[in-house]
Design a protein around this ligand. Structure first.
Ligand code: SAM
Length: 247
């Protein structure tokens, strides 16, 4: 997979995307991440790319020419051009899975007051937001999207299982994880995890996954299909939580 990021601040990306799992994936050739400096496409001798908005009002708007030229310098037939904007579709794990199957993604990071509307209407095929808040620029959003998408590209994570068990992948939050020591400051790891009984461990994990979701993100249940076993487990969880609550 290749991701090209159109930005006014290419240096922002080097450290984060070149480190750890994503750094290794780039070295091994599974992933290519490039940044394109929008200013390199300015036709202005001061490399300026922004202008005041027509109609007045505060701030500056990123104009169309340099952004169109930057995108067209890397665009191929199969490329998906995505504008990062707080007005876009909210980003989530499902969207990340979909994007991880695309060969070439081009991300446009806005800045200032935003981007000229013609970029959104005639250049970007998709608009994505990373949440209902406004950032100063699209760079942090591009980092979030690139990280979440790239780790789902087959081969990028060493352990294939770890992504499929992650929160949101199966519609629930993940179960709690423990590592050594088995007893830390008197708090013990649940015994079942030390038992070596994989059937019981799976059942424990499913139940705790349901409990985490119930306690923290019950809204996820609206789109979750409960199996018969899930229903039994969630009944137990609710009973246990009610008993705890009344203690
Ligand atoms: N005036 C714009 C509005 O109200 O919709 C906000 C512009 S924001 C200050 C500047 C740039 O940051 C945007 O063009 C976009 O690229 C990026 N940005 C800000 N918040 C974002 C979010 N929640 N998700 C994705 N990108 C965001």
């Amino acid at each position: 997979m290749q991701i090209d990021i159109m930005t006014l601040f290419p240096n922002v990306f080097t450290e984060i995307l070149g480190t750890s799992i994503l750094g290794k994936a780039q070295k091994s050739g599974l992933l290519t991440i490039n940044t394109v400096d929008i200013r390199d496409f300015s036709k202005d001798k001061h490399r300026s790319v922004d202008e005041p908005p027509y109609g007045g009002g505060g701030g500056m708007v990123l104009g169309p020419q340099a952004v169109f030229d930057a995108v067209e310098s890397v665009k191929k037939e199969e490329s998906e051009v995505i504008l990062l904007t707080p007005q876009g579709k909210p980003f989530n794990q499902e969207l990340a899975y979909g994007l991880s199957k695309i060969e070439h993604i081009i991300l446009i990071c806005g800045h200032y007051e935003g981007v000229d509307e013609r970029i959104r209407e005639h250049l970007a095929a998709k608009e994505i937001s990373i949440g209902d808040y406004v950032l100063t620029g699209g760079e942090a959003a591009a980092l979030v999207l690139t990280d979440a998408v790239a780790r789902l590209v087959p081969g990028v994570l060493g352990n294939v299982e770890s992504a499929s068990q992650d929160s949101f992948s199966m519609g629930l939050l993940e179960y709690p994880q423990y590592t050594r020591p088995a007893d830390y400051r008197g708090v013990e790891v649940p015994e079942v995890l030390l038992s070596g009984n994989h059937g019981e461990i799976d059942s424990f994990r499913k139940k705790e996954s349901l409990r985490n979701t119930l306690k923290r993100r019950a809204d996820l249940f609206n789109n979750y299909h409960f199996s018969e076993t899930d229903l039994e487990l969630i009944r137990e969880v609710i009973k246990e939580e009610m008993e705890r609550g009344s203690e």
